[in-house]
Design a protein around this ligand. Structure first.
Ligand SMILES: Nc1ncnc2c1ncn2[C@@H]1O[C@H](COP(=O)(O)OP(=O)(O)OP(=O)(O)O)[C@@H](O)[C@H]1O
Length: 443
């Protein structure tokens, strides 16, 4: 039997460099995993599967992993491990996969993690680099925003999905039910009708993905992403603005088009409502018979559509593509539920969430602004309107922040417009993380 005496200057933080477990059959204490980029990994002396015999001269035979950890925690200075190396010390092939987290994860609140201190907490939307998938339950990853740090443990795709389902089922029914169609807001982006997106108005909206409000509980918790740099000959990415009704999504869109109408473009929506005398087909709307509209729904032609006062309105994906083919930067305004339907390799949407500023700032900046009510009367913003905007923004972020590429606070209109312009420029000209599937489909 060969003993290897490994001397590592790990101080108290051994548990951040490796984890140990008790072998189910033999009862031996073995190294469960070595954390990528940690001290133990960098030393090159410790491998997953090595059997621990002594720590600082204290035999670990018969001890529980927690007792071994206690020895380590109370050790000062250099720690000497005596261990039996695992026979086959094949270096685990480190994957270099980047993913976007579609869920939040807090290791300190997870009783099942092998070592909470070794866990990597993350929030939905964050980009993670998966560096080790050798354990089917616990992967190792680090944040793309800080690749110099050592890796931490995260639940595997399969495990996190299971946790999400368990959490979902443990929640009271009401708080988890899908957003009802009647609560959705729908507004064709090129509208001339004063259709307000508020839930107080009588219209319904539908997106290409009917179950999308439950998306995060049903789909993969990690989405593989790649760095994408648009070439000058490629179409511009679709710019999708989302935000609570009244926050200023339309105003910002109008500001952009006013600034550069030859570049920024809003697609003309389709409607079944009769054309008014002063309107022109294809300018305010494409006026189509109900049957045509219905067949377009059937063929999934709309990114989003809805009904208002008995007439249908919708944003046709082909109209968007045509504008993009003509070299325009297409800007559309979607419901959060509609984001998923727009996520295709052809459109490569860049989603900007327009967020309300603080209550005080809203009071100040919206002093002279007005909201459109159900009766088309321009009314000053009231405290209830601000509250509704804040509440709605909070819910949107809670459910959909993983799809937001950028969050922009609409405080002062001029500075928000300038920020939006530079965000759009970066989205088109600088490398961005996009789903890997969008690139695979291209090739
Ligand atoms: N930063 C701002 N400062 C002052 N007024 C603003 C600002 N942003 C928007 N507004 C005004 O607030 C009102 C509501 O804005 P807007 O119509 O763009 O909202 P919206 O998010 O598109 O919601 P809805 O679809 O319900 O109209 C408008 O009168 C607009 O001019």
């Amino acid at each position: 039997m060969s003993f290897a005496s490994v001397s590592l200057t790990l101080y108290k933080y051994f548990y951040k460099g490796a984890t140990i477990k008790r072998h189910e059959i033999t009862g031996d204490i073995i190294v469960a995993r070595v954390i990528h980029g940690g001290l133990a990994d960098r030393s090159g002396l410790l491998y997953a599967g090595d059997k621990l015999v002594e720590v600082n001269g204290v035999p670990v035979d018969g001890l529980e992993p927690e007792q071994v950890i206690q020895i380590l925690v109370h050790s000062e200075g250099t720690i000497v491990f005596k261990l039996i190396p695992i026979g086959d010390r094949t270096v685990s092939s480190h994957t270099m996969l980047f993913v976007r987290a579609m869920a939040d994860y807090w290791p300190q609140q997870d009783p099942t993690i092998p070592c909470a201190d070794a866990g990597l907490p993350f929030k939905r939307g964050e980009i993670l680099q998966i560096v080790d998938q050798s354990d089917s339950m616990w992967w190792q990853a680090r944040k793309a925003s800080d690749l110099s740090r050592c890796a931490g443990l995260i639940p595997s795709n399969h495990l996190l999905k299971r946790k999400q389902r368990e959490f979902w089922w443990s929640q009271p029914f009401m708080s988890l039910s899908c957003i009802k169609a009647s609560q959705c807001k729908y507004l064709p982006v090129h509208h001339t009708d004063n259709i307000r997106k508020s839930h107080s108005t009588q219209y319904s909206c539908y997106s290409r993905c009917p179950s999308s409000s439950c998306y995060h509980t049903l789909t993969a918790p990690y989405e593989e992403v790649v760095r994408y740099q648009r070439r000058p000959c490629d179409r511009h990415r679709l710019i999708v603005l989302v935000g609570p009704s009244g926050v200023g999504v339309n105003e910002l869109r109008k500001q952009l088009i006013k600034l550069n109408p030859s570049i920024f473009h809003s697609p003309v929506p389709h409607t079944t409502r009769p054309k008014k005398s002063y309107e022109e087909n294809g300018r305010e709307y494409f006026f189509v018979p109900k049957e045509t509209f219905e067949s377009m729904i059937y063929t999934h032609s709309f990114l989003e559509y809805g009904e208002y006062k008995g007439h249908m309105y919708g944003t046709n994906a082909d109209t968007v593509k045509e504008a993009m083919d003509a070299g325009k930067i297409c800007i559309i305004d979607l419901e959060t539920q509609g984001i998923m339907g727009s996520r295709t390799h052809e459109l490569k949407p860049y989603v900007i969430f327009i967020k309300p500023p603080s209550r005080n700032c809203m009071r100040q900046t919206r002093r002279n602004a007005s909201v459109i009510t159900d009766y088309y009367v321009n009314q000053k913003f009231k405290e209830e309107d601000f509250q509704e905007i804040e509440e709605s923004a909070r819910k949107m972020e809670e459910q959909f922040s993983q799809f937001f590429d950028q969050v922009l606070v609409n405080d002062d209109l001029q500075s928000a417009t300038v920020q939006l312009l530079s965000t759009i420029r970066r989205a088109q000209d600088e490398p961005q993380w996009i789903p890997a599937a969008w690139i695979c489909s291209d090739s």
